[in-house]
Structure formats: structure tokens, C-alpha cells
Design a binder for this molecule. Sequence first.
Ligand SMILES: [Zn+2]
Length: 404
Amino acid sequence: MGKSRIMDDGESGLGASGFTSLDDSERFVQLLLQTTEAQKRIHAKSENQRCRLICAFAQSSSQSMRKRAERLSGCCKWPLLMVRKDGTTGLSLQRCRDRLCPVCAAMKGRETSNRCKAAVQAMDDIRFMTLTILSTGKTLVQAEDDAHNGFRELRRSEVWKSRVVGGLWTMEIKPGEKESTWNVHLHLLVDGEYFPQDLLSDAWKKATGDSYIVDVRAVNSRSAAIHYITKYIAKPGDFTKFSDEEIIDFAASVKGRRLFGTFGKLHASIKKEAEVEPETVSPHAGSCISFHNVRAMATARISEAERVVYLLQRCGGFYSLAAGGDWASNGEKFTEEDRKELSVNIVYLISLVDKERKILDDANEILRINSIKSGMHVPRVPKSIATQIVIDNWLQRGSWSPKA
Ligand SMILES: [Zn+2]
């Protein structure tokens, strides 16, 4: 083995990752970068960021980072329409929920800013505050710990308690100018009395032991204040400007760490961080159908499917993107009537597929019995493939009418 080969493996960490060659790793990355049509549309605006994250995670020597790459690559790949147990219908994008994923982070940012609105309205005298952590010679984890611990100490001090009644905080982390250095800031929205900058600087130095750079300024608009405090959740970083090592370092350091919170009087006014979107359905749950298949059915001129695609395009947001753009809407408002029609059609399409799936299930059962009798192993057709076969058959028949 040549020397350069050893160095390659050592530097990229591939030797420890289970890949036998660079080609394997490259193939893995290429596989993860493949996108479905729905995914292309949903992630269109942030495709560069997403690719950077997937490439960095996929080439990491850490198994958990490579798993994370796989989850990111699956984000919104096969959005689903479903019927819940109680008979209501729903849409699920099948998101990855990684806090670094641009689409998932944007959604989280929107949820958080909605939760902040009432709290910020209730604040009397708001100020922006920035507390900077001196991070020279510290690892990123150390700098983040210092920010958390320092902020806790600061809130216990008399000078703070006599001026501040409560507020919101968020942490901003970005690579520093020099290699392998980081800038860590706490951004706060603070409700309370005037806080002189030199007094705050002294208190911050006392609380952290070394950091003293602070900034205080008045807030003119409450909506700007909400944007300011939630923008780092909606966009944790510009990963196109991060190196692979920086992405991994960042991702590992923020895992399980709180990057947003409330304090003081405001603590009770914001509901605890909870998963707002309850739509998590396994693609094999049964009573669901992928947007992809609904589009195929619409192409086969099944009128209910055409209506579903048309209505989804009008309901807005990521669901419109998932549904695709070739059945252009004329800008009509999405009404309650539309919602009902959408729901009825979803139930109908799923019932059609379920009926055909049942036939395939029965066929599978006969295969199973025969294979026991004959002693020859005949593999079953998996449910996901069964659905695809059903749809493909409809497409081939062309003139297929669901009512016939
Ligand atoms: Zn995601």
C-alpha cells in the first residue's frame, strides 16, 4: 500500500468508517444527493445548504453523522396524504426534523416566532442585548457552555435583577475569522429598565470570568424584535461558508443543546417547546398514499386525483410545492369548501389503493401457502411496491375510470 493512500484514509477518516475505498464514499454521497420531484420543489431555495450538510455528514467518520446524512437526504422525499384513525385527513411532508435542515429549521423558526408573538406584545419596555463570549483558545463546546453558565450567573446578580424583569434569549454560533475559531453570542430581548452598557459589561465579566463585550440598544418595532430573536432558529448558519470540519463541529456541539429560551417574568408566558406538527406517519402505515402516486393518478386522468393536485396547489406553502406546479391555479382563495372537497377526495383515493392493496395482500398470502407446500421460497411483494404496481397498472390501462 502506498503512503499517499494511508494519508488519504487517515485524513478523511474513511478508514475508520467502514468504506473500503474513496469510490464507496463518493457513491454514498451521490446516492444521498438524489432527489425526488417533490423534494426538488420543496428544497429548491436551500438546495446548496442542504447539499453542503449532506456531503459533510456523509463523509464523516462518525456513524451517527452518516445516519444524519441519510435522514437529511430523506427529508420531504415522499410526502403523504393520509386518513387518520378518527377519519380526518391530513398531509405529511415526512420531514427529517434535523435542526440544521434548512426547510425544517425554517418551519421551526416560524413556529417559534408564532409562540413569541403574545409574549413580546406583553413586554413593556424592550431592549436588544448582545452578550459576546470570548472564545480564544476554547473548543466550541466550551464556548457554548461558558455562554450558558455565564448567562445563568448574570441573571442571579443584583445589578441584573434590579433592572430586568424577563425576556427571551437565543444563541448565535458562527466560524471566526481564523481557522478553527468560533464566535458565540447570546442575543436577548429584555424587558425592564435602562441598563447602562458599562454596567452590563462589568456584570458580564464578573459572570463569565473573561468576557466583557456587550451591546444594548432600544427596540423600535415589536415585529423586528421577534424576527431578531428567532432568525437563528430559522437559519442556524450559512453552511455554504463552513468547511466540512466546521459543519461537523457545529452539528455535534448543538446536539441536544437549547439554543432558545425565556427567563424571568416571561418564563411562564411561552408554552414549552413541543412538537407542533403531529403528522408523523410511517410510509407503510396503510391508510396513506404518497403525493407522488397521486400525481401519477392525476396524469392518468383520474378526476379525483386531478382535483386533489389542483386543490393542494391552492392551499399554499410547502404543500403546494409538494403537489407540483403544472396544474396552475388562478389565484383563488382556498376556502373551507375546498378543504372539505380535498378531504373527501383523499379518502376516496386511499380507499381505491387500499382495495387493490388488499388483492395483492391476498395474492401474497396464496404465494406464502404455496411456497410452504412446494418447499420453494417465493418472496412476498412489499406494500410500498404493491402500491406502485397498482398505480402502474392504472397508468397502463389509460382509460381506467375509478367509477366503472
Ligand atoms: Zn428536514
